[in-house]
Design a protein around this ligand. Structure first.
Ligand SMILES: C[S@@+](CC[C@H](N)C(=O)[O-])C[C@H]1O[C@@H](n2cnc3c(N)ncnc32)[C@H](O)[C@@H]1O
Length: 286
């Protein structure tokens, strides 16, 4: 069935309660200047459901038995999946060339004998970030040296579905070395399929950073990459998320945010370190 493309009217009062509910469940924050954008993004879904107003949609999300399914629709409609291979690669270089050797020498053998080293890409979108990490580790020979687990999750089921398929459009490769593309991808019509050798290194799942029970296992990691998601979060949601990371991470543990994100204004126990020109938040042995 076709629905009119006109967005439904979102009154000021309904906007406030709806955006506060979305903020509480997802961390995504819509200020007043984004009222129209929120209406645009959710209108189609409200009409698809045959509802007459955003207030009805609010009640469905808050109280209906089917709400958990509907929340996935909200997340798929609101999230931005922008990502690409080799993005902010300097931090991954620091992981591979500085932090892993340090771990191996100083902590890993002593503190966690036999336990795999865990790297978590916590808002991995369609998978380019964790696959970049896997390629870099493979290139450096790390998988032959110690057991390493790479976990990758995102709140959007649509993004994870694409990540699991492992097929990428040319746009995902801007800045990616051609030699590595030839080595780790095969042409798949107009697109590119990642080699199973790399793809099988990553465990994929749908998890919401704002739901502690969703991420308590994953956050028990030595390295967490949570890049380019806090730009959409309120300060309160960022604090809640990173303080939970801190509580659950191994010690020492390292958190990578993107260059445009910072924890400096927030109250956290992480220590900011600059390593080879990249910033990393460290949970340090005390
Ligand atoms: C711009 S992408 C970043 C992808 C990758 N980390 C990078 O830096 O290229 C942001 C991702 O955050 C995800 N996201 C937004 N809110 C989230 C939440 N509450 N829990 C988990 N993921 C979330 C979105 O679905 C989206 O895929």
């Amino acid at each position: 069935m076709k629905f009119s493309s006109e967005p439904l009217d979102l009154s000021d009062n309904t906007f406030v309660i709806l955006r506060d509910l979305i903020h509480e469940r997802t961390g995504l924050f819509y200020g007043v200047s984004k009222q129209t954008m929120l209406a645009d993004k959710l209108s189609i879904r409200v009409k698809e459901l045959g509802l007459e107003s955003f207030l009805d949609y609010y009640y469905l999300l808050k109280y209906d038995q089917s709400a958990s399914v509907e929340w996935q629709e909200v997340i798929n409609a609101l999230t931005v999946q922008e990502t690409y291979f080799w993005r902010e690669y300097d931090q991954i270089k620091v992981l591979v060339e500085v932090l892993l050797p340090k771990y191996l020498e100083r902590f890993y053998n002593l503190s966690y004998p036999g336990q795999p080293l865990r790297i978590w890409s916590a808002a991995c979108s369609t998978g380019e970030e964790p696959l970049t990490i896997a390629i870099a580790l493979h290139e450096a020979g790390w998988f032959e040296r110690i057991p390493i687990e790479i976990w990758a999750s995102d709140a959007s089921s649509r993004a994870i579905h694409k990540a699991v398929s492992g097929v990428y459009r040319p746009y995902s490769f801007r800045g990616f070395p051609e030699s590595l593309k030839a080595k780790y991808f095969s042409a798949h019509q107009e697109e590119w399929q990642i080699s199973p050798l790399i793809h099988n290194r990553v465990h994929w799942s749908v998890n919401n950073l704002l739901v502690e029970s969703d991420i308590q296992y994953l956050a028990q990691a030595h390295f967490i990459f949570c890049r380019n998601v806090f730009i959409y979060f309120s300060e309160a949601s960022i604090s809640k998320t990173v303080n939970f990371f801190y509580q659950r991470m191994f010690n020492p543990g390292y958190l990578f945010l993107s260059a445009s994100e910072s924890l400096l204004k927030l109250k956290t126990n992480f220590e900011l370190q600059e390593i080879d020109g990249s910033f990393v938040y460290a949970k340090q042995k005390k």
